[in-house]
Design a protein around this ligand. Structure first.
Ligand SMILES: NC(=O)c1ccc[n+]([C@@H]2O[C@H](COP(=O)([O-])OP(=O)(O)OC[C@H]3O[C@@H](n4cnc5c(N)ncnc54)[C@H](O)[C@@H]3O)[C@@H](O)[C@H]2O)c1
Ligand SMILES: [Zn+2]
Length: 383
């Protein structure tokens, strides 16, 4: 890593947001239907206190936002001409808002305006990342858009907003956080700054994820996970991710498995591959061992420490009802066999795969998908 770029101001809680929003007159809010209908948008509109302040709400975003949604948003934002954009939601509304602003500026000549991201899930870290993931529904492919201009100006971390997240979404998004931290830590592009953030994120996940899952009203656990998500986001925004995300993007695009869940299922298999647990141990095994020691799971050998971290991922999945395999996630063998060539090709081409610490071929990716389908870490034949 030869640079660490961070430009987002982080505001903790709703109070600093009130001061910030008092300075804007035309606010374009990007969110999803649930957050609009449940009244969560009042968190923003109630704070628009400038005389004559106006707002417009774009709430057409669905999970895994697609190109058509972004195009519709670009039309509306250009007509409204805001002085601030507020993205309220999980990764889907935040990514959609980033892409809407990106294309409105490049293709529609929109002036620069403030961008405020308010996450309502603790998962993607999109509030501090230079990534936005947009889906091409026709092709069944998810494209990560990566650009410094996608970095929000402000991120608001208020755990109160995450209290209503259902346990299943808490589980999936929480495992997304862990995957970001682990992949950022071992990425080819990592460095001291990303490592420090990833280490803290792993510790926070270890301490708080199960508690947030088991007791949605545990605000200390919720805020801890919110911080973990944000730190892991800042880490991977600089270091890049790895093979697990490349494979999860492909699986999400083809099989419509939620992003965090796809990562959670694939992570133990990808870690086993990266560590070389089946044959020759790699340097990455040593890196996993470092993370294991951080959370008190170190053993006397590197191999056992790395395995302990992989077991910890499996245990977390099991405790939160996340399926252990692609088959258990409801994908039939026929569907899987039909998708496999497309999945392997898309995962190999995904930009996240490029920063994986171990070089990987299309055949190896297919073999890892097969292991994740069959729930085995033994080598499996690929055609
Ligand atoms: N930009 C990045 O850096 C980055 C990183 C990882 C993933 N992503 C992308 O982000 C998207 C996934 O985001 P996500 O996992 O946050 O899920 P999401 O935004 O799709 O939301 C999942 C569900 O949770 C609901 N929800 C959100 N907040 C809630 C709340 N407070 N209470 C109750 N329900 C709530 C939503 O309405 C939705 O039904 C995917 O498209 C993924 O590819 C982006
Ligand atoms: Zn992710």
């Amino acid at each position: 890593m030869d640079r660490f770029h961070f430009r987002t101001q982080i505001l903790i809680g709703g109070e600093p947001l009130s001061r910030l929003l008092a300075g804007f007159r035309r606010v374009f809010i990007v969110t999803d239907q649930f957050l609009r209908e449940s009244g969560r948008v009042g968190y923003i509109t109630g704070r628009l206190t400038a005389p004559g302040a106006e707002y417009q709400i774009f709430s057409e975003v669905k999970p895994d936002p697609d190109v058509d949604t972004v195009t519709a948003g670009v039309g509306q934002i250009l007509a409204f001409a805001p002085d601030a954009v507020v993205a309220l939601g999980g990764g889907s509304p935040i990514d959609a808002a980033k892409a809407i602003v990106y294309f409105a500026r490049r293709q529609g000549g929109m002036e620069k305006c403030a961008f405020i991201a308010i996450p309502t899930t603790s998962g993607t870290g999109s509030e501090v990342s230079r990534f936005a993931v947009i889906t091409d529904k026709q092709k069944g492919v998810k494209y990560p858009l990566v650009d410094d201009s996608l970095l929000p100006d402000y991120a608001v971390l208020d755990a109160e907003l995450t209290r209503s997240v259902p346990p299943k979404v808490t589980a999936d998004t929480g495992m997304d956080v862990l995957t970001h931290a682990v992949e950022a830590y071992v990425s080819k592009e990592t460095g001291d700054f990303s490592e420090a953030l990833a280490e803290k994120a792993v510790k926070l996940v270890d301490r708080y994820l199960l508690a947030a899952y088991q007791n949605p009203d545990d605000l200390e656990a919720r805020q801890g996970m919110h911080h973990a998500s944000c730190m892991a986001g800042a880490a991977f925004s600089n270091s890049g991710l790895g093979l697990c995300h490349g494979m999860a993007h492909a699986l999400g695009g083809q099989a419509h498995i939620a992003h965090g869940r796809a990562n959670a299922i694939l992570l133990p298999y990808v870690m086993t591959f990266n560590a070389g647990c089946d044959n020759t141990l790699t340097k990455t095994a040593g890196r996993y061992a470092e993370l294991a020691s951080l959370i008190g799971m170190g053993a006397t050998s590197t191999r056992q420490s790395a395995l302990n971290l992989i077991h910890m991922v499996r245990r977390l999945n099991r405790s939160m009802g996340i399926p252990a395999s692609i088959r258990d996630a409801g994908i039939s063998r026929e569907q899987f066999e039909e998708m496999l060539p497309v999945l392997s090709e898309a995962a190999l081409a995904d930009r996240c795969t490029a920063s994986n610490p171990k070089l990987v071929t299309r055949e190896e990716i297919a073999a890892i998908y097969r292991q994740a389908f069959l729930k085995t870490t033994r080598p499996v034949r690929t055609e």
